[in-house]
Ligand binder design. Structure first.
Ligand code: NAD
Length: 249
């Protein structure tokens, strides 16, 4: 497996399924050694590691609830102990707790902020220390079109995903002098477990010019590009949509 990411090490948070899994597979295909992070049960993460190994790549599964600082720090330390460097961080782990504002309980607000926003801060803070020393690195944060245009029932999620965009632009400026880039990817509706329960599909499709949901691999393609050298080396602080044309700037 020779590729553009040979010798590089990538952590993909929440990569036992969905977009994270597709990103882990895509980075490994290019030669990166990949940390498949999972929050609770190792079964699905072990299967992703086996798939990557079966295709000739290298990966390990590491448990960490990325909303918890001590678990994030332990994951980053374990990655360094195993691979000795970190070149790519994909902040992908995310949850939804959808309901309309007036029914939204503080715990539904807090759980989404804790993982989707604070988790991005915690992982980025831990990994950027290493990237700054290396004088190179790519941070790729998964935001959402909800963070750009809002979405009824997702006040917590939209706030977190908009927060990720402001965070990305700030760290892009802070880390740029040492060759570390940071960009945000904003997917639209992608066919994963997260969107499986959406009932009003016909309504949603009306707002997607390409007329269909995206596939996880179509988001992973952009993530792989943003990790590639030198292809994406001069891109930082950007928000890129993978949304079938839902949001046009
Ligand atoms: P998913 O539910 O399939 O995957 C989310 C992953 O995060 C799972 O592997 C889950 O185990 C993991 N996770 C949950 N809590 C965690 C924790 N505390 N610590 C570590 N990992 C944890 O969803 P997905 O659709 O693949 O979403 C991936 C990312 O893309 C999320 O950030 C999501 O908000 C974003 N996104 C998805 C869509 C979509 O349409 N599917 C659209 C825009 C943005």
């Amino acid at each position: 497996m020779a590729g553009a990411l040979d010798g590089k090490v990538a952590i993909v948070t929440g990569s036992s399924r969905g977009i994270g899994k597709a990103a882990a597979m895509a980075l490994a295909e290019q030669g990166a050694k990949v940390v498949v992070n999972y929050a609770r049960s190792s079964e699905a993460a072990d299967a992703v590691v086996a798939d990557i190994g079966g295709a000739g790549g290298e990966a390990i599964a590491l448990q960490a609830d990325v909303s918890k600082a001590d678990q994030v720090d332990a994951m980053v330390k374990a990655t360094m102990d195993k691979f000795g460097r970190i070149d790519v961080l994909v902040n992908n782990a995310g949850i939804t707790r959808d309901t309309l504002l007036l029914r939204m309980k503080p715990d539904a607000w807090q759980a989404v902020i804790d993982l989707n926003l604070t988790g991005v801060f915690l992982c980025t803070r831990a990994v950027s220390k290493i990237m700054l020393k290396q004088r190179s690195g790519r941070i790729i944060n998964i935001s959402s079109v909800a963070g750009l245009m809002g979405n009824p029932g997702q006040a917590n999620y939209s706030a977190a995903k908009a927060g990720v965009i402001g965070f990305t632009k700030t760290i892009a400026k802070e880390l740029a002098p040492r060759g570390v880039t940071a960009n945000a990817v904003a997917p639209g509706f992608i066919a994963t477990d997260m969107t499986e329960e959406l009932k009003n599909t016909e309504e949603i499709l009306k707002f997607i010019p390409l007329g269909r949901y995206g596939q996880p691999e179509e988001v992973a393609g952009l993530i792989r590009f943003l990790a590639a050298d030198p292809a994406a080396a001069y891109i930082t602080g950007q928000v890129m949509n993978v949304d079938g044309g839902m949001v046009m700037h």
